[in-house]
Design a protein around this ligand. Structure first.
Ligand SMILES: Nc1ncnc2c1ncn2[C@@H]1O[C@H](COP(=O)(O)OP(=O)(O)OP(=O)(O)O)[C@@H](O)[C@H]1O
Ligand SMILES: [Mg+2]
Length: 263
C-alpha cells in the first residue's frame, strides 16, 4: 500500500507539463485544437512542424502569456492561466525562456545581460549577481566574452548568451524558441551539443521549438508535431522512431524530404 503511494507520487513529479484538449483561436482562425501531451522531467522535448502551425503560439500558452481558448495546461503542477500576482511570479521564476529573436540588450555586456533577471527576481548584491552570471556564461562557454557587448560577438555566441540569461535563475524548465535559426550548420550543431550537455549536466527540462530536422534528430528525446492543415497534433514520440516508422503521410514527408535536403 505504502509502496503504491510512493509510486504514484514519483509518477506525478516526473511530469512537469501537461496539456489536455488545448485549443487556440484568434478570431475565426483556429490555429490548433485537441492538443494533448505531457513533458517529463529532465527530457529534451521538441515542438516541431512547418511555419505557421502554431509552435510559438503553443509556447506562449505554456508560459502563460495568454490563456488557451479551450483545454487546460499545467506547468510544474500549476495552471498558469489561473495564477495571478505573486503566485504567477513565483512560477515564472522557475522557468526560463529564450525567444525566437533572442534579443539581448545592446548597451549592456553579456555579464550584465545575464545579471538582469537575477536583479529582477532577487535581492542579491551586485557581486553575487556577477558571480552567478559568470557561472552561467561559463556553462555555455562564454567566460572570456563576459565583458563584451552583444554587437561584438557572433550569432552563435549570441544564442549561447541568450541561453545563459534564460538559465540565470536555475530554471526547472527552459523554453527555447528556434535556438538554431539563422545559424550555419556547424554552429547550429554546436548549439545542439550545448543543449544536450546542459540537459544531462544540470537536469533541466528543455522544451525546444524548432523545424530544423537535424536539430530535432540530434537533441529530441520526444517530440510532438503540429500541422497547419490538421490544425493540431499529427505525431508524438521519439523523433528517430517517427522518422523510421510513422505511416502518417505528412510526418513521413517532413522527416524524409528534409532529411534528403539536409544531412
Ligand atoms: N497574436 C496573434 N493574433 C492573431 N493571430 C496570431 C497571433 N499569434 C499568432 N497568430 C497566428 O497563429 C498562427 C501560428 O503562428 P505561430 O507564430 O505560432 O507559428 P509558428 O509555428 O511559430 O511559425 P514559425 O515557424 O514561422 O515561427 C499563424 O497563422 C499566425 O498568424
Ligand atoms: Mg515561431
Amino acid at each position: 500500500m505504502a509502496q503504491d503511494v510512493v509510486k504514484a507520487d514519483t509518477a506525478k513529479t516526473d511530469v512537469v507539463i501537461t496539456a489536455e484538449g488545448v485549443a487556440m483561436r484568434f478570431g475565426t482562425n483556429t490555429v490548433f485544437q485537441d492538443v494533448t501531451f505531457e513533458v517529463r522531467r529532465g527530457e529534451v522535448f521538441v515542438i516541431l512542424g512547418g511555419s505557421g502551425c502554431g509552435k510559438s503560439t503553443l509556447l506562449k500558452l505554456l508560459i502563460g502569456l495568454m490563456p488557451p481558448s479551450a483545454g487546460t495546461m499545467t506547468v510544474l503542477g500549476e495552471e498558469m492561466a489561473k495564477l495571478e500576482g505573486a503566485a504567477r511570479r513565483d512560477l515564472l521564476r522557475r522557468i526560463g525562456v529564450m525567444w525566437q529573436s533572442g534579443a539581448l540588450l545592446g548597451s549592456l555586456t553579456l555579464a550584465e545581460n545575464v545579471m538582469l533577471p537575477i536583479e529582477a527576481h532577487t535581492k542579491l548584491p551586485e557581486a553575487a549577481r556577477r558571480m552567478i552570471a559568470m557561472a552561467k556564461l561559463g556553462l555555455v562557454g562564454l567566460s572570456d566574452a563576459a565583458d563584451r557587448l552583444p554587437a561584438e560577438i557572433s550569432g552563435g555566441m549570441l544564442k549561447r548568451a541568450g541561453i545563459a540569461r534564460a538559465m540565470a535563475l536555475d530554471p526547472e524548465i527552459l523554453f527555447l524558441d528556434e535556438p538554431s535559426a539563422g545559424l550555419d550548420p556547424i554552429t547550429s550543431a554546436g548549439l545542439d551539443e550545448l543543449i544536450l550537455s546542459l540537459a544531462r549536466e544540470t537536469g533541466t527540462t528543455f522544451v525546444v521549438v524548432t523545424h530544423e530536422l537535424q536539430s530535432i534528430l540530434a537533441i529530441g528525446d520526444r517530440c510532438i508535431m503540429l500541422d497547419k492543415e490538421a490544425r493540431g497534433l499529427i505525431a508524438e514520440g521519439n523523433p528517430k522512431h517517427l522518422r523510421d516508422q510513422s505511416e502518417h503521410p505528412t510526418v513521413r514527408a517532413f522527416f524524409r524530404r528534409e532529411a534528403r535536403a539536409g544531412v
